[in-house]
Design a protein around this ligand. Structure first.
Ligand code: 13P
Length: 248
């Protein structure tokens, strides 16, 4: 069985002081946490958070990386640079990057490739907008997004993590019902099964307004292997409560 994986996505939040205080509170409550866990922090805080997490069971993650290997790409951060800070996970193709930074399916697939080549587990995000859901296109959209990553990554595909994040549920307080999430996760699992004999190893996370009240029922679904948590990961008691729900 896949052990659950719970990942906090801090997005563009935090400060040296706030990070230290949040992580002190989270780490102090980790004694009965049995699931895998990580926080994906802004790149400028990787060094600080690497130190704060040293010796703990909490993994370090980044939120994006460059599609390029190295060179004249002002402002970009490469996969190898992330590796210097012992980054274990990197969110790739978050809907906020697809939407505000025009990341295409192809760019996302290349970024996933860069992560894998550097020994970093890409957390590849897929998800439909409200208009796409209402038009009955959910399955087609997530399959198209995942297909690009499968195509570019071949047999390495069993090394990725997938996050299903319906765009309409992100930061809105609207959550997919457990049944809605499971239906999409099953589609993604089947797509992975067609690509690799090891699809059962791939963790498929749910993200979108996950909170202490809805986490347990989402995590009870057979193909929901964990969560990618935005807002609620910035509150230590809420994040810990979800880590504990994933440890049952
Ligand atoms: P919220 O949990 O704030 O809805 O964000 C979800 C998300 O985008 C995680 O990557």
């Amino acid at each position: 069985m896949r052990s659950k994986l719970m990942v906090g996505n801090w997005k563009m939040n935090g400060s040296l002081m706030a990070n230290a205080s949040l992580l002190a509170d989270v780490l102090a409550g980790m004694a009965d946490v049995q699931c895998r866990a990580a926080v994906c922090v802004p790149a400028v805080y990787l060094a600080q958070v690497q130190t704060l997490l040293a010796g703990s069971a909490m993994g370090l993650g980044a939120q994006d990386l460059s599609a390029h290997e190295a060179g004249a790409y002002t402002g970009e951060v490469s996969a190898d640079m992330l590796r210097d800070f012992a980054v274990r996970y990197c969110i790739i193709g978050h809907s906020e990057r697809r939407q505000y930074h025009a990341e295409s399916d192809v760019t996302v697939a290349i970024k996933a490739q860069r992560a894998l080549a550097a020994g970093i587990t890409p957390i590849v995000c897929v998800g439909e907008s409200l208009a796409e859901r209402e038009a009955g296109q959910t399955e087609a959209v997530v399959k198209r997004q995942l297909a690009a990553v499968i195509h570019a990554n071949g047999h390495c595909i069993s090394e990725i993590v997938v996050a299903y994040e319906p765009v309409w549920a992100i930061g809105t307080g609207l959550t997919a019902t457990p049944e809605q999430a499971q239906a999409v996760h099953a589609v993604l699992r089947a797509q992975l099964q067609a690509a690799t004999a090891h699809a059962d190893r791939v963790s498929i996370l749910y993200g979108g307004s996950m909170n202490p009240a809805n986490a347990a029922s989402l995590l009870a679904q057979p193909d929901v292997d964990g969560g990618l948590i935005g807002g609620a990961s910035l509150k230590a008691p809420d994040f810990l409560s979800m880590l504990k729900a994933a440890s049952r």
